[in-house]
Each structure stands twice: as C-alpha cells, then as structure tokens.
Ligand binder design. Structure first.
Ligand SMILES: Cc1cc2nc3c(=O)[nH]c(=O)nc-3n(C[C@H](O)[C@H](O)[C@H](O)COP(=O)(O)OP(=O)(O)OC[C@H]3O[C@@H](n4cnc5c(N)ncnc54)[C@H](O)[C@@H]3O)c2cc1C
Length: 400
C-alpha cells in the first residue's frame, strides 16, 4: 500500500507540472503521469497575464520562464473594416504592482522549465506514456489504473490531482459531467513567421471583424526569431481536414503583402465553456482544463488553471502534512468553480463576441467607445487590467 502522504498528479501540462513542483518543494512525495510520450508541443497558451507572475515567482520558475520568453506591455485593438487602431498598455500599473507586464512564451516551454526544476527533487517522479483509465478510492487512498506500452498497472496514493485537460479521464472515471456548451466555431491556432512589428502590429493585437477576427501575439523576442501566434476562427461545420486550404482566405485579407510569411505550425481546436459540477470528490481534486474549459480569447484559460494551482498545491501539502484540515480543499473546490462560472466564462465569452462576432453596429460602437477611453483614461486602463487579478484566490492556508 502506498504512502498516504503521497500525491499522484495526472497530466503533465502546465497545471499538472506546476502542482507537482509545488508539492515536491513542500516535501510531499509526488508522481506525475502523462499519457503522451513527452511534453505536448501543439500551439496553445502563449500569453501570461501580469497577475499570474507573482505565483510563478512563488513556485520558483519566474526567472527561468522570463529567460525563455519575454515581457511586454502593449495591447492593440484593430478594427479590420475601418483600420482604426486603439492602443493601450500596462504602464498604468507601474506604480501599483510588482510585475507590470505580461509574459509571452509557448506553454510547452513553461512545462519544460517546470520539469527541469522538478527533476531536482528525489521524491518526485515523472512517468510518460502512462494513461489513467480508471480510478477508485476509499477513506485512505486513491488507486489509479494506468495503461502504457508495457500493459496496465495500478498506482495507489493518498491523494490525486486530475490535471489531464478538457477531455479529462479523471473526470470521466469519477462519472462527472462537463457542464456547459461547445461553440459552433473552431479556432485555428497557427505559429507563423511574418514581420508583424515592421508592419506596425503591437505585440498583442485583437483584430475585430465578423469574418477576419483574430488574435495575434508575438511568441519569440530573439533577434531574427520573428515567431508569432495568429489565431482565427471558422465555422466548425467546415471539414477539419481542409483547414490548410482555407487558411489563405483568412490571412491574405489581413496580411496583403506575403513577403516574409512562413507557416510553422497550426492546430484546429473546438472551444467550450464548460465546468465540472464539483472540483473535489473525496481524495480527488480537479484543476485547470480538467475542471473548467473556456474559449481562449483574452487568454483566460490557463490563467484560471494557474490560479487554481497557486492555492491547490499549497493547500494539499498542508492537508497531507497535517497543517490544515480537509475543509481547505472544499474551499478550493467551491471558490475556484465560482471564479470560473461567475467571472472567467462570461468575460471570455464576451471577448470572443467582440473579436470574432462584431456584426451588431450598435454593440460594436459601444464596445469601441469603452476601448477608446483606455488610451487616455489611466484609471479606466487600470480597472480593465485589474480584472485578471480578480480571478485570483488568496492562499487558503494564510501563506500570502
Ligand atoms: C489556441 C489556444 C490558445 C490559447 N491561449 C491561451 C493563452 O494565451 N493564455 C491562457 O491562459 N490560456 C490559453 N489557452 C488555454 C490553455 O492552453 C489551457 O487552458 C491549458 O493548456 C490548460 O492546461 P492544463 O495543464 O490544465 O491542461 P493541458 O495543457 O491540456 O494538459 C493536460 C495533459 O494531460 C495529459 N492527459 C490527458 N488525458 C490523460 C489521461 N487520461 N492520463 C494521463 N494523462 C492525460 C495530456 O497528454 C496533457 O499533457 C489557449 C488554448 C488554445 C486552444
């Protein structure tokens, strides 16, 4: 029988890897398993809001992450039909917060940074090619059935964190629904090389248009790097295997001079606004996309998962080590679900509406009037930038 103080973390995406690191740092024996053979490299999260950087710093990965990515302050909304450009930035936060900038780096790079740090702990183990296919639990333990190339094994632990993404096998094994909706559009996330900066684009641009709406973000600040993320959206009823043929129809209208353009990678995604009905079931906790999934417009998906992580690993370590009662885990489950349902999901849905579905002229005029204020009204900019901070849950064990 396994040590009741050990934790099994399922899913080595950013949320699982960071939970494992936090637990390992606290001295908790942890096993991190993932069904993939290694770190997933498909184009996904790239922008980390200023408000999560304190948490990355507490987990000891901020400096390495900044070294592998870069910090930036500017935002731009562009209205494709009129050419109007509305620019604002994070400078208004400079006197107010420790990290008044956003961090850009591919989420697989963040995972690499975290795993390198995790490797320093002898009581932390990472198992690739190990898929959770079932679990059961009693009052003392969770037993996970893991399938891999060598067959099926059982692993017992005191607690289990399900951080295995939107299609979570942990959630399925618990028999839980994933309540909410799936959007009728698909997002196409591309990594491209193109001289966006020379052509006047900000480092994060929201291109507002009913057809050509897109989010464009710089991924790579190295000299001569020039890698950017360009995410657009199309009707999900169109055949997925023809995404590549349709792609020029979206990009050519926005980037009429193709000089210097190179498609490096792309991935189509379905988008959801969904949450598990409970984020705790006995000795199993859900976090990140396994607990809640949102469309990525405005970069709130992983942001929510990181704010889950900052409180979960710390609270669970305290419970395991007898420094806190299990009620802190109930508080985690309640509060993180509330934040998603009441704040993350409605705002992400509204971000999607503005960028990709701006056909209502009255609504668009009101949205643009609010955005124009950000250019000259510092308090309006601060209020807007503080939104992502409101997604944070303070330490459940009083540590910060
Ligand atoms: C195009 C796009 C752009 C985005 N941009 C942003 C952004 O800029 N900012 C932002 O905050 N968010 C963004 N997001 C959202 C972000 O990518 C997700 O919120 C994030 O990946 C969630 O991390 P996670 O660790 O919870 O899950 P995942 O990253 O999905 O990781 C889950 C892991 O679990 C493993 N796994 C799955 N099932 C099993 C199983 N049964 N057993 C074992 N292992 C399993 C998988 O192999 C995977 O490694 C974006 C998403 C998309 C699609």
């Amino acid at each position: 029988m396994a040590d009741q103080e050990s934790v099994l973390v399922v899913g080595a995406g950013p949320v699982g890897a960071l939970n494992a690191l936090g637990l390992a740092r606290a001295g908790v024996p942890v096993t991190l398993v993932d069904r993939a053979p290694g770190v997933a490299r498909s184009p996904r999260a790239a922008v980390y809001h200023w408000s999560v950087l304190d948490g990355l710093e507490r987990l000891g990965v901020y400096e390495q992450a900044v070294r592998r990515g870069f910090l930036k302050q500017d935002y731009e909304y562009r209205v494709h039909a009129t050419g109007e450009r509305i620019r604002y930035g994070l400078r208004s936060l400079e006197e107010l917060v420790a990290h008044p900038y956003n961090l850009h780096l591919g989420q697989h790079v963040l995972v690499e940074v975290v795993l390198a740090e995790l490797a320093r702990f002898g009581h932390a183990e990472v198992r690739w090619g190990s898929e959770l296919v079932d679990l059961d639990q009693d009052g003392d333990h969770v037993r996970a059935t893991l399938a891999g190339p060598g067959g099926t094994t059982t692993l017992a632990a005191g607690w289990l964190i399900g951080a295995d993404g939107a299609g979570s096998g942990v959630r399925r094994a618990l028999g839980m629904e994933f309540e909410g909706t799936t959007w009728p559009e698909r997002f196409v996330a591309t990594n491209v090389r193109y001289p966006f900066a020379e052509r006047g684009f900000a480092q994060t641009t929201f291109l507002v248009d009913d057809v050509y709406g897109a989010v464009i973000a710089k991924l790579d600040d190295s000299p001569g790097g020039g890698l950017w993320r360009y995410t657009y959206c199309e009707d999900a009823a169109l055949p997925e295997d023809e995404v590549l043929e349709r792609m020029p129809g979206f990009l050519d209208a926005v980037l009429p001079d193709p000089t210097g353009f190179e498609l490096v990678a792309f991935a189509p995604y379905r988008m959801h606004q969904r949450a598990a009905p409970r984020f705790r079931e006995g000795r199993v906790l859900l976090a990140g996309d396994a607990a809640h999934a949102t469309n990525p417009t405005g970069g709130l998906g992983l942001t929510g998962g990181l704010f889950d992580t900052f409180v979960l690993q710390e609270a669970l370590a305290a419970v395991v080590q007898g420094r806190a009662g299990e009620e802190v885990l109930d508080e985690y489950a309640r509060e993180r679900r509330r934040v998603f349902v009441e704040l993350v999901s409605p705002v992400a849905s509204d971000n999607k509406r503005l960028v990709y579905h701006s056909s209502d002229p009255g609504r668009l005029a009101a949205d643009l009037a609010a955005l124009r204020r950000l250019e000259h009204d510092e308090q309006a900019a601060v209020d807007r930038l503080m939104f992502t901070k409101s997604l944070e849950t303070r330490s459940l064990v009083g540590a910060w």
